[in-house]
Design a protein. Sequence first.
Lengths: 290, 327
Amino acid sequence: MSFWLVLTVNSVTFGGLLFLLSAGFSLIFGLMRIPNLTHGSLFMLGAYIGATFVIGVFGVKLNFWLAALLATLAVALLGALAERLLLRRLPGEQLAQVLVTLGLSFMAADFCLMVWGGDPLSVATPSELAGFQRFGALVFPNYRLAIIVIAIIVAIGLWLLLDRTRLGAMIRAGVDDPDMARVVGIRVSQLFTIVFALGAGLAAFAGIVGGPILSVYPGLDQDMLPLALVVVILGGTGSLLGSFVGSIIVGFIYNFGQALLPELAYFVLFLPMLLVLLLRPQGLFGRHVP
Amino acid sequence: MTIRFLALVVAFAALATVPYWMPGVYYINVASQILFYAIFALGLNVLVGYAGLVSLGHAGLFGVAAYAAGYMLQLGFGHPLAILVALVIGVASMAIYAALSLRSTGIGFIMITLALGEILWGLAYRWISLTGGDNGLSLKSRPELFGFSMSDVNTFYYASLVIFMLSLAAMTVFVRSPLGAALMGTRDQPRRMNALGYHVWAIRFYACLFSGLLTSISAILFVYYTQFISPQTLALTASAEVLLMVISGGAGTLLGPIVGATLVVVVKTVVSGFIERWNFLLGAIFVAIVILMPEGLVPGTARLWRLAWRQRERGASVTPGSAEAKP
């Protein structure tokens, strides 16, 4: 019984992390119509940069949350630059844009290997969340519970941003019908940069928040990108609710798959995605077929 | 036309005599690698260049055929049976792969193939009881062909060359056949082709099978060359490497993938002797080619060549046309 409960909490935690990662992926996909294949790399970059600040660089050792904020901002800036300098040069050529993101992801992976080496970095859990919660005989680390709370706060924040602000309305208009949005005077290309930076920042934040659980290692990008892809195919592109539900589903499948069928964990993970592709190509909550 | 014919003869003569003018065994091995990677690139080009379908999971299929051959040999079956089974399994898994991914085109196709490639990689990596996981599978021997042992560097090179020439010939026939023409029609005008009564899906499916066959052939050569397979063979990096070969050389041309395979293999082997960071360079070349020369080296160079040629002709003879052309 306790085995199942612990597995369930871990699944929800992992789902929360996945939501942080895939919300931006889904928005970028919804707006720009491309899967951003650098998303795993942005996650890894965020994790490495954050971990460096936490461990200490040039004698400066930062608080975990301050490091997370810095990593988020740095990677968001990188994302904005990549969009402005590279993707912007290929307007309307989605295939070329995907290939550029693929090339960038290799460069990022090799860059991380060059700077941080091949050994995994472990990130210490922030001291204020180091304890445990007891529920009868069950013990849950505070940090895992905190991740669930963080994911919910970010979800609410994103929902408010998209549903209640002018910027959010413009993004929604761009997702639904970019041409019409242009006609009514929305600068959709500017939205591209904003959404790319936002998505990159969220991915980096997910990376550093996930650091104490997953640790940071080369290949982390390739582990996370397929998960984000599955979440977005399941949930549908450009839909916040879709990425939330998709993340939780994938969180459960991933953790239960790892525990029960370790050899086939990957296969089990991709099965529901194939089912959705076959039966409902736009995803559970998607607005259009990719 | 004659210049082209002459160039082909020279190229063939150069290929046929590689073991005699290459400075060492190492370079002959690099040449063999170029040949089987060129077959792989030709196979991917069927989809990327002629069908307009970008597959990001081809290394997965390559890996399936390679593992099939390796596994059969490890179980103690002979070489002919292992090769046959590998071909059948390679094409059969391509059929499944195509049935799943041809439900969509464009970006959707990329995503599904990427996911399928990752599934295959995940299986190879995690299904340790079947594939040996990260330890991979090792092969003990290469087959004998008409009494010549393929363990010999030169024999292996010539075997690769023969298979490469056959694949290139098959590719040429395919491109010029009605099916090839119909395939390019479905690439450029799928709806119109549908309206004309062509079965677009079936045409794409056949193209996938052909691509799968070439991929399996190159995979079998690869297995015999390295005598080792690991999940790394199926990774996304490997899929992207072949895609880079196709795109850098020129998708939708016969020569492009061969030039691309040469470029990638040479850069990879030569450069990795000096610097460790091959992947960084791979990514950078990828980005640069997509942005600067999206049509690839072969069509790009041909375009520049024609441009230069026209300029020279204009410079040599002053015609009224050239005066008008200058604004």
